[in-house]
Design a protein around this ligand. Structure first.
Ligand SMILES: O=C(O)CCC(=O)C(=O)O
Length: 284
């Protein structure tokens, strides 16, 4: 019995390996993400200030404007482009296991035993940054043991995204049942498809509003276009798998988010936090 998706949506995902779900992310989840981003920007700006790159922390600005303006004033320094360890906190735990998002995962994974995979990212992507441009890749290139498993990725923008400000492109129908070799992209250093594989793809741009979620499986080729706007493009991405079929790489830093069979097996925040204790700040 589906929780939030129609059978038509589930069938579309099964056929195309991706699905755009309109207005499914509730405001409270967006607010959690905004809180995560505010704390992260605070720490980043404090760091630039302490290094002497800034004389004004611009604390009066709205968080997204503040990131753009302080980054420019600080001389466009590099920062951790996909914060993960640095956003491990209660708000992130609650965001990742938000019941509505878990409902979508349950519908597409066909299970009420749902785990959040340990790979999730926040993506504060500013203009003119080749080093944040995510090239064509299959997510399982980052966790190859998932080639024949089902790990569902979910990508959530925190503002409208278009071709101009770094929406995602997907390439349905390509490499649908096998994982290609991973290559390090020359420009960004991200892992992705070889230039030859990427040249075959026909990308479909997925423009989205805040509140929409894009989901896709571990083999679907996708990339982000570059950000040509004058504002930050912020998104959150996470992954879900069915607990009985969960991968070792997913379980290592992930957690059980829902269990109909054994509700007591759901991971507590404290237990999840303990998994990260040995990971240094700034790391994945
Ligand atoms: O947000 C991005 O730039 C890329 C996201 C992505 O490729 C992913 O989540 O797998």
């Amino acid at each position: 019995m589906a929780h939030v998706l129609t059978q038509e949506q589930i069938d579309f995902y099964r056929t195309n390996h991706y699905l755009l779900v309109k207005q499914v992310v509730p405001l409270e989840a967006i607010e959690l993400a905004t809180g995560i981003m505010e704390k992260w920007v605070d720490r980043l700006v404090d760091g630039w200030y302490e290094q002497g790159l800034l004389t004004d922390k611009m604390a009066q600005l709205d968080v997204t404007r503040r990131l753009v303006d302080t980054w420019q004033a600080a001389g466009k320094p590099r920062y951790i482009r996909s914060p993960r360890r640095d956003i491990v906190c209660r708000e992130t735990f609650d965001f990742l296991r938000h019941p509505r998002l878990v409902d979508v995962a349950a519908d597409l994974l066909g299970s009420d035993e749902i785990s959040v995979h340990g790979t999730f990212n926040s993506r504060p992507k500013l203009p003119d940054q080749k080093w944040t441009d995510t090239p064509w890749h299959q997510d399982a290139q980052y966790y190859r043991e998932a080639e024949h498993k089902h790990v569902m990725s979910m990508w959530i923008p925190l503002q409208r995204v278009t071709e101009r400000n770094s929406c995602l492109q997907v390439a349905p129908g390509f490499f649908t049942d096998h994982l290609r070799d991973g290559h390090v992209d020359d420009e960004s250093g991200f892992l992705g498809l070889s230039k030859e594989d990427a040249a075959q793809l026909k990308g479909v741009s997925i423009e989205m509003e805040a509140g929409d979620a894009l989901v896709f499986n571990q083999l679907l080729p996708h990339r982000a276009l570059s950000n040509q706007s004058d504002a930050v493009r912020w998104s959150m991405d996470m992954r879900f798998e069915s607990t009985p079929d969960a991968t070792e790489s997913g379980k290592a830093l992930g957690f059980v988010a829902r269990s109909a069979a054994d509700p007591a097996s759901v991971t507590t925040y404290e237990a999840w936090l303990a998994k990260w204790a040995h990971m240094p700040a700034g790391s994945y």
